[in-house]
Write a protein that binds this ligand. Structure first.
Ligand code: SAM
Length: 292
């Protein structure tokens, strides 16, 4: 019986056997601690009837733990050199499937329809490549896929920004975008020592429970996100100054912006970081009437 893939000795043996060298440009920091991996899977709250999607299986450390606790796993891996390795390491788990593709180019919806047609509960679980953490999470959320949620390892600083509350220095348009679609919780802080090679930044695991309906209702979603991004463009500027300098035709419509702020009961001298997501929703709707 083999030891788990993630044990330091087995990981070393696999890497040596294939002469594998890590590519920093692909965010390759592999986990070598089975307890951490089991904890990540615990936080996904899978059952034998669940499905799991993974991004970046590496040599299969997390894929193996997911396969042990779910009905099916589909993992997207961009690095072709890992395919023969995964074929060997995941051989005992025929219900784990690897797709050789960049997740950002993948049609995940179509994959869900074909691979998970008989599974109702699907989670995305991953130790993400840190160079593309935010684009991956936003792609999955914006496509409104029928998932229960996402449990991912990422940079601690990004986890703090995602889960930040109004009035903190971490709060910004990323917090709002993700809290619009999900309820985030930082569930673990992870030391650098559990990876090979060790990353330069601290890590955390975040769970994003997808909401059945977004946290606020807005007339136009794209415009709502434009308004939030504009409001944080320069953090020291007031909301009025950011909106008039950042929104298209903002300068000529300064009087309209002041009126919209009044309608939403927001002092023009406030800063974006002090506004709740509900206030942004009211403001975006008031502005939309004047900008559309
Ligand atoms: N899951 C493994 C573990 O925990 O040990 C490896 C995690 S490592 C942080 C990230 C993995 O994502 C690497 O295997 C890398 O090749 C892969 N990867 C990087 N960019 C990717 C992309 N755009 N699409 C799919 N996989 C990607």
């Amino acid at each position: 019986m083999y030891k788990d893939i993630a044990t330091p000795a087995r990981t070393r043996a696999i890497l040596d056997k294939y002469g594998f060298s890590f590519k920093k440009s692909l965010g390759q920091n592999f986990l070598i601690d089975t307890n951490i991996l089991r904890n990540i899977v615990d936080h996904a709250q899978l059952t034998e009837e669940s499905g799991a999607i993974e991004v970046g299986p590496g040599i299969g450390a997390l894929t193996e733990q997911l396969a042990k606790r779910s009905k099916k796993v589909v993992a997207y891996e961009i690095d072709q050199r890992l395919l023969p390795i995964l074929k060997e390491t995941l051989e005992p788990y025929p219900h784990a499937k690897i797709i050789h593709q960049d997740i950002l180019k993948a049609n995940v919806k179509e994959m869900l329809d074909t691979e998970f047609s008989d599974i109702r509960d699907v989670m995305l679980v991953a130790n993400l490549p840190y160079y593309v953490t935010t684009p991956i999470i936003m792609k999955i959320l914006e496509e409104k896929l029928p998932l229960r949620g996402i449990v991912v390892m990422l940079q601690k600083e990004v986890a703090e920004r995602i889960s930040a509350k109004p009035g903190t220095k971490e709060y910004g348009s990323l917090s709002i975008a993700i809290q619009y679609y999900t309820k985030p919780e930082v569930v673990m802080i992870v030391p650098k020592t559990v990876f090979v090679p060790q990353p330069n930044v601290d890590s955390a695991v975040i769970r994003l429970t997808i909401r059945e309906t977004p946290s606020v209702v807005v007339i136009n979603e794209d415009f709502f996100f434009q308004v939030t991004r504009a409001s944080f463009a320069q953090r020291r500027k007031t909301i009025l100054n950011n909106l008039s300098s950042q929104l298209e035709r903002g300068k000529e419509k300064k009087a309209d912006i002041i009126e919209a702020l009044n309608q939403a009961n927001i002092e023009p001298s406030r800063r974006g970081e002090s506004l709740s997501i509900e206030e942004f929703a009211k403001l975006s709707d008031a502005l939309y009437e004047k900008f559309s």
